[in-house]
Design a protein around this ligand. Structure first.
Ligand SMILES: [Fe+2]
Ligand SMILES: [Fe+2]
Length: 224
C-alpha cells in the first residue's frame, strides 16, 4: 500500500538550504564523526597519491625483472585509482584536499616508500645521471610489501569507522581494501621467493590490463 504520509519528504535540513547536506546529516545521525572521517580520508588520499609517486620509482628500479615490474605497475596504477575513488568523497562530505601538495604529502598516513639505497630519498646527485645503482629486487619488494600493509591498516580503520553508518564511504573503502589485501599477497609471494627461496602462493594471475583495479573501478574480474 502506498505511504501517503511521505515521511522522507522533509527532515532536519530546511527546504532549499544549501549550507547543509542531508548526505552528511544522515551519517552523523547514525554515529559518524564527519570531521574525523574527513581528516582520515585526507590522510589516506595523501598516502595513495604519494605511494603512486614512489611506486613509479620502485617499478623503474626493478630493472631486469619484468614480472616484478608488471605486478608493481598494477599496484601503482591501482593506488592512483584509489586516490581518484576516494577524493570526490572528501568533497561530498564538505571537505577538501590540501591546497598545497606539500601539505598533502606531509599528511600522508603512511611512510614515504623510499627507494632502498637512496638515503631516505636524500641521495645527493652530483649530476643528473648520478642515480642509485645498488637497490636489490628483494629490498624493493620489502618496501612495497610494507606500504601495502600500511594501506590495509588504513582502509580497515575507515571500514570500521563507517560500517553500518555510512554505506557510501564504507563501500569505497571496502573496494580499496580488497585490492590492498591482494597487493600484500602478491608481494608476500614475490618477496618470499626472491629473498627466502620459499613458495608462498598468492593466488595471483595477471590483471586483464595494467592497473585494472577490478574492485575500485568496478571492472570484471579475471574469470575466463
Ligand atoms: Fe592503494
Ligand atoms: Fe596497494
Amino acid at each position: 500500500m502506498a505511504d501517503t504520509a511521505k515521511p522522507h519528504a522533509q527532515g532536519r535540513v530546511p527546504h532549499g538550504d544549501l549550507t547543509q547536506r542531508v548526505g552528511v546529516e544522515q551519517i552523523s545521525a547514525r554515529g559518524v564523526d564527519v570531521d574525523t572521517l574527513i581528516e582520515k580520508l585526507v590522510d589516506a588520499a595523501g598516502a595513495e597519491f604519494t605511494t603512486y609517486y614512489y611506486y613509479t620509482i620502485l617499478r623503474m628500479y626493478l630493472a631486469g625483472e619484468e614480472d616484478y615490474k608488471e605486478i608493481c605497475e598494477d599496484a601503482r596504477l591501482e593506488d592512483r585509482a584509489h586516490f581518484e575513488l576516494i577524493t570526490p568523497r572528501i568533497y561530498e562530505l564538505g571537505g577538501t584536499i590540501p591546497y598545497d601538495i606539500r601539505t598533502l604529502a606531509d599528511r600522508a598516513g603512511c611512510p614515504d616508500a623510499y627507494l632502498p639505497g637512496s638515503s631516505n630519498g636524500q641521495h645527493a646527485m652530483a649530476n643528473p645521471r648520478d642515480i642509485v645503482t645498488n637497490a636489490s629486487a628483494a629490498q624493493i619488494l620489502e618496501v612495497l610489501l610494507e606500504a601495502e600493509r600500511c594501506a590495509i591498516r588504513t582502509w580497515s580503520e575507515v571500514c570500521d569507522l563507517t560500517f553500518g553508518k555510512d554505506p557510501r564511504t564504507y563501500d569505497m573503502a571496502m573496494r580499496i581494501l580488497n585490492e590492498e589485501v591482494e597487493h600484500e599477497a602478491w608481494f608476500i609471494e614475490l618477496l618470499s621467493k626472491e629473498r627466502d627461496g620459499v613458495s608462498r602462493p598468492s593466488g595471483h594471475f595477471r590483471r586483464g590490463a595494467p592497473g585494472d583495479a577490478p574492485y575500485s573501478k568496478n571492472h570484471g574480474f579475471y574469470n575466463p
